[in-house]
Design a protein around this ligand. Structure first.
Ligand code: SF4
Ligand code: FES
Length: 258
């Protein structure tokens, strides 16, 4: 991404957007070009909103508006992940003034396609359920004060908790494919978060046991693309290394019956 090449200016007056479209999971993909009147401060989601308001392609033909996912518009929910100019990222924080044109938007291809830029991230949510990525409560009544936490450790965990399940780390991982079961860095990071949380730790072994099954931590190939690409700068490779060590210890203890 260049900050100075092919940037739109008021003089160009048009922003060129190329979208990889697909009607549904069974249809063939195709490219469609759009030209949107230049306005300072657009991001890719606001461009798509302009297309929805006036769904004419670059040839002036009326087309079905492009479909995409978004929610928070401030890089917190993770819903708007897509591949923009070849890089997996959030559409809401991809600033048009910093992107080469035509801006090329494609859906993530490590998740099943739903339509246009919408993909199905169920794989991630199902795996979060499998590893019990939560802290249980045993009722709706007050449980009293929580366990006292070391502020420094709490701060470390806070960083891990910023994961928004955006799927970017799975998209860039060479070990993740549509037809395999590798859980990916985000899930392993959540295991590290909850296994080191004073209230979550009692389920640590259950979580490690899931990660020792097919698609678990042994499938990580240490490419380290995940840590480079994570928009929240989560130290994913550290989490993977720590969970890997814990899984090895768990295996040894199980083997020795201790
Ligand atoms: S770990 Fe980072 S890249 Fe992966 S899902 Fe969470 S926020 Fe997205
Ligand atoms: S809309 Fe929530 S991260 Fe972009």
């Amino acid at each position: 991404m260049s900050k100075h090449h092919n940037q739109p200016t008021a003089a160009d007056s048009k922003i060129r957007l190329r979208v990889r479209r697909q009607k549904d999971a069974q249809s063939l993909p195709y490219w469609e070009d759009f030209e949107i009147p230049y306005q300072k401060g657009h991001n890719v989601i606001s461009l798509l909103m302009e297309v929805r308001k006036n769904p004419l392609n670059a040839q002036g033909q009326r087309v079905e508006p492009v479909v995409w996912d978004c929610n928070c518009l401030e890089e917190v929910c993770g819903a708007c992940s897509m591949v923009i100019n070849g890089r997996a990222q959030q559409g809401c924080t991809a600033l048009v003034d910093q992107l080469d044109q035509p801006i090329v938007a494609e859906p993530l291809d490590k998740f099943p396609i739903v339509r246009d830029l919408v993909v199905d991230r169920t794989r991630m949510f199902e795996n979060l359920k499998r590893v019990k990525a939560w802290v249980d409560i045993d009722g709706t009544y007050s449980l009293g004060m929580g366990v006292r936490q070391d502020p420094e450790e709490a701060l470390t965990r806070y960083k891990l908790s910023e994961c928004m399940s955006c799927g970017v780390c799975l998209q860039v991982c060479p070990q993740v494919a549509l037809d395999n079961k590798f859980v990916g860095a985000a899930i392993i990071n959540q295991v590290q978060l909850f296994n080191t949380h004073p209230v979550g730790t009692y389920k640590a072994n259950e979580r490690l046991d899931v990660l020792m099954q097919e698609g678990g931590i042994a499938d990580c190939g240490n490419a380290q693309n995940c840590v480079e690409a994570c928009p929240k700068s989560i130290p994913l490779t550290e989490s993977i290394a720590k969970v890997g060590r814990a899984a090895t210890m768990r295996m040894i203890r199980k083997h020795l019956g201790v």
